[in-house]
Design a protein around this ligand. Structure first.
Ligand code: PHE
Ligand code: ZN
Length: 881
């Protein structure tokens, strides 16, 4: 494109930007990686901030990277250069090529300056600089910085940033950016009412870690003294009325800082660490260097508005973002195909942190439940991709459960294989060797090998092969020989673009128990299954053995064992690994439910006995009991079946719930009444009691007991905390009692104006198991409080509905049509959030012909929508393929 045709003709530029994005950029491939032609050692940014029009002046010191004649290529999106200066002199030999500003340069080093004007208040995508609740903030990962200024917006270009912010002093009294504060003051003379602040970040960083915040914010301050004696000023910044809800986050931050020193030897490195909460945010939070920006749902908590689950989530996300300072910021990613390098590792780190705060067993159960709810279906569907993907259209679509949660499982397996000392030696080496650089997954694995002496060649398949491995396990016993023989066979199913797979390395923790005595028959063993099939012989086994396998969920695989209901029931009562106990119970429940779906009627006896035993076992942690007695979700049952019949699954599960509720009525009442209540405290023990109490309540309701709604409503009214209140509300929302409407109204009125709690009000209704949930959701979408402009609100209704298997998959296709309508509307405002909500439509292969055709029709309608974003186009078209 000729340079001159664009200059000064604003119209042309904006038309080029408005053209359907998915036509303008093809797929990006991992193998096309080339090092940057130009480096940017220093960056100076000046922001004249204003919600309607912010002027950004960027001065980049650039150096030619090697011998070549390439021009400088800067990314930019949704803007045009008002001026381009090279070494202080205005030039006009630049040109625009798609999303790039191309500037020919002759020397080895230059100073390149650009000026743009952007409009934060019109930014509904929430990428780049945008307005939220009257404040201004940024989100740059993955490719948002190009919406702020022209820059080589790729993670392997590390630059030192110095930033000057200028803004109206009344509207934006607080001005924050990355790094340490340098100076601040009032603007002189004519620009009256404005002030400025300068920030300097001494650590070279990629553009995706840039951040600024300008706003009217209050701060909860704290300090942390690092192991080497550096005092760090901590600040949690929120709107003034929320300040009392920041204590938990601040506390979690201090715990995280100490934990990373103790467990990984990582200290914080700047004088300040700031965290800002914003209401409009596409993800959970963002690890910008020294200035984390959070979705307010992961900061704000008090007992009246946040559940225990919210408290746990806040601590986990605060830790996660803090841990990124080393695993992400000090060492970043060479390119976005390496995303799991920072995300998988950091999730593994935050899981370890959370496990250390309370019950490690319950934490593991929750994490595996989450993996099975989000990642297993992804790995089994049209959007399956390896932990290190090969190509993408839109990188935002790859912030997935596979990159994050399966990625964390990969790190966990490495830690299991290397053992604690080998793993710590590996992470020490990694942090040392790659500090200050942009690294790859391969670099990480090589450090693990170098530090431990283990060969991880075959393990690398975990990074390149998608799909959840399946392991068939069967144990034979020859009593006369005193021998048990375990036969294992693995199979990795084909996934899009990967029809044939190699056998992987599967670390399986295994133990045998005596079926008669219940005692352990030997120690736990770590078996590395690295062949398609393998046989393991156990000698000296005289008693009939029962197999405990994949203990602690040591490998993220599906175990297909031929263990009987009796054996699973036995393990659920006797296994000494709490995860394995939980797992045996889940398998028993799944087998029972699958049989009931297929045969139309189920034998519940084994499940009832196992649940009764678990409830009766006084030695167990109530938090564990609450997890163990929960039935697998309807969608998880669906995932076990080639053909999902959502109504049959619902009926089978409700029947089992009812049976459990009735046959163990006294035990549920006991569990409910004996759980100590007392004034609210957030502690592992108190959390466990609350959890068990709400689970017991749900079974009392499932039994059909006449007083269930009365009990639930009493709990709802008496509650001094959100956990009990919402636990009761969930139970009422699933039912048809008069108390339901009353509780929903009381809840709504009590929390009117509190966005995070109103999200719960929407979500609880969208997750309801009632027969008319589809109709209620459609009504709620017209509620005055519903808006697509706020991602939390959109997710609370549309996301929850998509997760409600039976309601969403209504036979008439109303759920599909509703979702497609909402996504098409949302795509115009916020393509990232729209694309994230699409996957439920991609499950069409698993449903009957009628539903499948209805789902495909909606996907086709989405794909055919004019002006569709690259984000939604990629997800919808891949889901059709
Ligand atoms: N990097 C963030 C995290 O995992 C997630 C994120 C991605 C946030 C993209 C915003 C945008 O901590
Ligand atoms: Zn992260």
């Amino acid at each position: 494109m000729a340079a001159c045709s664009y200059k000064g003709t604003m119209l042309d530029v904006s038309q080029a930007i408005a053209a359907p994005a998915h036509d303008t950029v093809g797929p990006i491939s991992r193998h096309d990686y080339r090092p940057p032609a130009w480096l940017v050692p220093d960056t100076r940014l000046v922001f004249a901030l204003d919600a309607a029009a912010t002027r950004v002046t960027a001065t980049l010191s650039v150096t030619r990277n090697g011998e070549h004649g390439e021009p400088l290529r800067l990314h930019g999106a949704g803007q045009e250069p008002l001026a381009v200066r090279v070494d202080g002199v205005a030039v006009n030999d630049w040109r625009i090529e798609g999303e790039q500003l191309v500037v020919p340069l002759t020397g080895a080093t230059h100073s390149v300056e650009t000026e743009v004007v952007i409009a934060p208040e019109r930014n509904t995508q929430l990428m780049g600089l945008y307005a939220s609740g009257g404040n201004l903030c940024t989100q740059c990962e993955a490719e948002g910085f190009r919406r702020i200024t022209y820059f080589p917006d790729r993670p392997d270009v590390l630059s030192r940033y110095r930033v000057r912010l200028e803004a109206d002093k009344v509207r934006y009294p607080v001005l924050l950016a990355n790094g340490d504060p340098v100076d601040a003051g009032d603007m002189p003379g004519e620009s009256g009412g404005r002030h400025w602040a300068e920030w300097d970040d001494p650590f070279p960083k990629p553009s995706y870690l840039f951040a600024l915040v300008a706003g009217d914010l209050a701060v909860n301050r704290g300090t942390f003294t690092t192991a080497s004696g550096r005092t760090v000023a901590l600040g949690i910044w929120v709107r003034a009325t929320d300040i009392e809800k920041t204590h938990h986050a601040l506390h979690a931050l201090k715990l995280s800082m100490a934990w990373d020193e103790r467990v990984y030897g990582r200290e914080y490195d700047l004088d300040v660490f700031n965290v800002v909460a914003v209401d409009d945010f596409n993800f959970g939070a963002m690890e910008n260097k020294g200035l984390n920006i959070f979705n307010s749902r992961y900061i704000l908590a008090d007992p009246d508005t946040a559940t225990d689950y919210d408290y746990d989530g806040i601590a986990a996300v605060v830790a996660h973002e803090y841990f990124h300072n080393w695993s992400g910021n000090r060492i970043t990613c060479r390119d976005w195909f390496q995303l799991s390098l920072k995300e998988g590792f950091t999730v593994y780190r935050d899981q370890g942190f959370s496990a250390d705060q309370g019950s490690a067993a319950v934490k593991r159960i929750e994490d595996v439940r989450g993996l099975r709810a989000a990642q297993f279906p992804e790995d089994a569907g049209p959007l399956a991709h390896p932990v290190r993907p090969e190509s993408y259209l839109e990188i935002s679509n790859f912030y997935t459960a596979t990159i994050y949660n399966k990625g964390a499982e990969l790190i966990r397996m490495i830690a299991t294989i290397l053992g604690p000392q080998g793993f710590r030696a590996g992470t020490d080496l990694y942090f040392d060797r790659f500090d200050g650089t942009a690294a790859t997954c391969e670099d990480f694995v090589a450090c693990m090998e170098d530090a431990s002496g283990r060969d991880l060649a075959q393990f690398r398949l975990w990074y390149s092969q998608a799909g959840t491995p399946r392991v068939a396990a069967s144990l034979a016993h020859e009593a006369g020989e005193g021998r048990a023989t375990l036969r294992l066979a693995q199979h990795v199913p084909g996934t899009p673009g990967q029809p044939d797979k190699q056998p992987m390395v599967l670390p399986l923790k295994i133990k045998l128990f005596g079926g008669e005595t219940g005692r352990a028959l030997g120690e736990e063993q770590l078996v590395l299954l690295d062949q398609a099939a393998s046989t393991i012989v156990f000698d000296g086994i005289t008693e009939r053995p029962v197999l405990s396998i994949n203990r602690g969920f040591s490998a993220p695989v599906i175990i297909e064992s031929d263990r009987s209901a009796a054996e699973l029931g036995f393990l659920s009562a006797h296994d000494d690994d709490p995860f394995a106990r939980y797992e045996a119970m889940q398998q028993l429940m799944l087998d029972t439910l699958v049989a009931a779906v297929i045969e139309g009627d189920g034998d519940h006896a084994a499940v009832v006995t196992a649940v009764a035993n678990t409830l009766a076992d006084r030695a167990l942690d109530p938090a564990f009991v609450a997890e163990a007695v929960l039935l697998p979700s309807e969608s998880f049952v669906g995932d076990q079946l080639a053909l999902v019949d959502p109504d049959a699954i619902h009926r089978a599960r409700e029947a089992l719930r009812r049976d459990l509720g009735m046959r163990l009525a006294d035990q549920w009442r006991d569990a409910y009444e004996q759980a100590p209540t007392g004034p609210y405290v957030y502690s592992p023990a108190a959390k466990g009691h609350r959890r068990l109490r709400s689970v017991a309540l749900s079974y009392i309701a499932a039994s059909g007991a006449a007083d269930a709604a009365t009990i639930a409503f009493r709990q709802f009214e008496a509650a001094d905390n959100m956990t009990d209140r919402q636990g009761a509300l969930n139970t009422l929302a699933n039912g048809y009692a008069d108390e339901r409407e009353a509780a929903l109204d009381i809840f709504y009125n009590r929390y009117a104006g509190n966005g995070l709690v109103i999200d719960k009000w929407f979500q609880t209704q969208a997750l309801s198991s009632r027969d008319d949930t589809g109709r209620l959701v459609a009504e709620l979408a017209r509620h005055p409080d519903f808006t697509l402009a706020n991602p939390n609100r959109a997710r609370s209704l549309i996301g929850a509905y998509g997760a409600n298997q039976r309601a969403f998959n209504a036979a008439d296709g109303s759920g599909y049509r509703f979702l497609a309508d909402q996504l098409i509307a949302l795509d115009k405002l916020n393509p990232q959030t729209a694309a994230k909500l699409l996957p439920p439509l991609g499950r069409w292969r698993r449903f009957d012909e009628k539903r499948s055709a209805l789902m495909r029709a909606e996907l086709q309608r989405i794909v055919a929508t004019p002006g569709l974003s690259r984000d939604l186009f990629e997800q919808a078209s891949k889901s059709l393929a």
